[in-house]
Structure formats: structure tokens, C-alpha cells
Design a protein around this ligand. Structure first.
Ligand SMILES: [Zn+2]
Length: 275
């Protein structure tokens, strides 16, 4: 089968008239996009009733939904309170996301804090495992998807993310290619570099790969801030990414995390249709 990628926005498009998720979904459809990520990054503030309305709107408009869990998550925290609060943020995102009919909940797993990489990864995997157990108890049907993160101090290289997904069969990777570009100090210098990254991802995920892309500004310490694709200072080449995805026959969904949201989502969509 030929590669099929859908595109969408990280949150409500700027050009949406209303600032609520239902208006955002309707705007995504009008723009000719096919997906939207519900951004719970500053906390899970959506209630169950709104989530039900969001689900109806997404089904009516045929828009795929994803959830981004809060930023304040550290599954490697030695502080029990902080650890439990982190797990609750993922669980709350999953509960509301499942009511909204979202496909995945993506999250940044945590920080190494100087710890041994292997030990930290094992702890994070075990904590995610206990969240999955709780989700099963609560019959919460949505997939968890750890994200590849933008700084080497954060858990979430491509290798670590794949290791998590191999350890727990319920997980799938959420590959933020721009984060990988930043954390590895300009990783993608040619189209082939994207192909090499795709080759690292187990084949079973490539039929429906969940991704983020944006322009990005970084230093040797990793991610600084997101940029628009065609902004000065951005070295992340979305054309190479899309060419590599097509070459490798990958299907899935790319959410644009550029500050201009829908503009870059449409830029990528148009280029993908052309190649
Ligand atoms: Zn993220």
C-alpha cells in the first residue's frame, strides 16, 4: 500500500473563530486538514461533558484526535508526591482523551537527573506499566505514546523510546523528529538521515506512525524553542522528512507544532501530495 500521511495542528488552529476544541475541530476540517491534538500541556482542564461533545464533533468532521499530556511529568522523580502527581496527570489525560475518542495520549516521560541511564529507563518503564494496569482496571481504552524529547537530559532518545515500546506491548512511539534533530545537535543533515531514523523504528509501528514536526531552534544542550519551518534559523528540513516517509512507505499522522500551527501543517500536506 502507498504511504498515506494525514496532517493536523497541535491545538486549536489560530484561524479558528472560537477558542474551544469543537470550533477547532470544525476549523481543521475547513482548512482541509485531518487531525488535531488536544493540548492538556498546562493541566487537564477538559471535563467529561465537553469531551463527549468533542468526540461527536470529531466523528462528524472526520478529524483524528490525539492528546498531549501535561508538561509537568517526571516518572523518575524520587519525590513520591511528585511521582504520583505525574502518574495522575497521565491517567487523567487518558481518561478524558478516551471519552473524547482520541487515538493516543503522548507525554514526555521524565528526566535523568544525573542517574544511570539504564536504571532510569527501567524505573520509567515500571511506572508506565503501573499506569497501564490502572487504565485497564478503569477500562480506559486509549494508547499511551511516549514522545521523543528535545534535550539529552530528558528521557526520550529514539532508542530509549523504542526500548519502552518493546518492554510494554501497550505502548507506541510518538516520534517528534524536530526534537531528535535538536537533542542530537542537527541530526538530520540529509534525506538519508531521516531514512536511517525510520529504519530504527520497528516495522509494526510504520503503518500508523504518530509524529510531531516543527521548525526548531537549539543549542548544544538541545531544544530551545520551536520555529516556523520557513523561519530564519531553522535547519529542520521537512521536505527530507516527507520524502523519507514516502520512500519508506510509512503511513500515519503528523501534528504541526510550529508556532504558526496550521500554516506549516498545510505546507507539509501540500508538499507531501506533490512528491
Ligand atoms: Zn511534546
Amino acid at each position: 500500500m502507498a504511504s498515506k500521511i494525514i496532517f493536523g495542528t497541535a491545538g486549536i488552529p489560530h484561524s479558528s473563530k472560537g477558542s474551544d476544541s469543537v470550533s477547532g475541530i470544525e476549523r481543521v476540517r475547513k482548512l482541509g486538514l485531518d487531525a488535531m491534538e488536544l493540548e492538556f500541556v498546562r493541566g487537564v482542564h477538559m471535563g467529561e461533558e465537553t469531551a463527549r461533545q468533542v468526540k461527536i464533533a470529531a466523528e462528524k468532521n472526520n478529524v483524528l484526535l490525539r492528546v498531549h499530556a501535561p508538561y509537568f511529568i517526571n516518572l523518575n522523580s524520587s519525590d513520591k508526591k511528585k511521582l504520583e502527581a505525574s502518574k495522575k496527570r497521565i491517567l487523567d489525560s487518558a481518561k478524558i482523551g478516551s471519552i473524547a475518542g482520541a487515538k493516543i495520549v503522548t507525554f514526555h516521560p521524565g528526566f535523568f537527573q544525573g542517574g544511570n541511564k539504564k536504571t532510569v529507563l527501567e524505573k520509567v518503564i515500571s511506572e508506565i506499566g503501573s499506569i497501564i494496569d490502572e487504565m485497564k482496571k478503569q477500562k480506559c481504552a486509549i494508547a499511551l505514546a511516549p514522545e521523543t524529547t528535545g534535550k539529552p537530559t530528558q528521557v526520550g532518545s529514539l532508542e530509549e523510546t523504542i526500548a519502552m515500546c518493546s518492554a510494554l506491548k501497550e505502548l507506541q512511539p510518538m516520534v517528534d523528529f524536530s526534537h531528535l534533530h535538536a537533542r542530537e545537535n542537527c541530526r538530520f543533515k540529509a534525506e538519508r538521515d531521516f531514512e536511517i531514523a525510520i529504519e530504527e523504528i520497528p516495522k509494526k509501528f510504520l503503518n500508523d506512525l504518530q509524529m510531531h514536526a516543527s521548525g526548531i531552534n537549539f543549542s548544544e544542550k538541545g531544544e530551545r524553542n520551536h520555529l516556523n519551518m520557513e523561519e530564519k534559523g531553522n535547519s529542520f528540513n521537512y521536505k527530507w522528512l516527507l520524502e523519507a516517509l514516502k520512500e519508506k512507505n510509512v503511513s500515519g499522522c503528523i501534528i504541526s507544532e510550529s508556532p504558526n500551527l496550521e500554516e506549516d501543517a498545510l505546507l507539509m500536506k501540500k508538499y507531501f501530495e506533490k512528491i
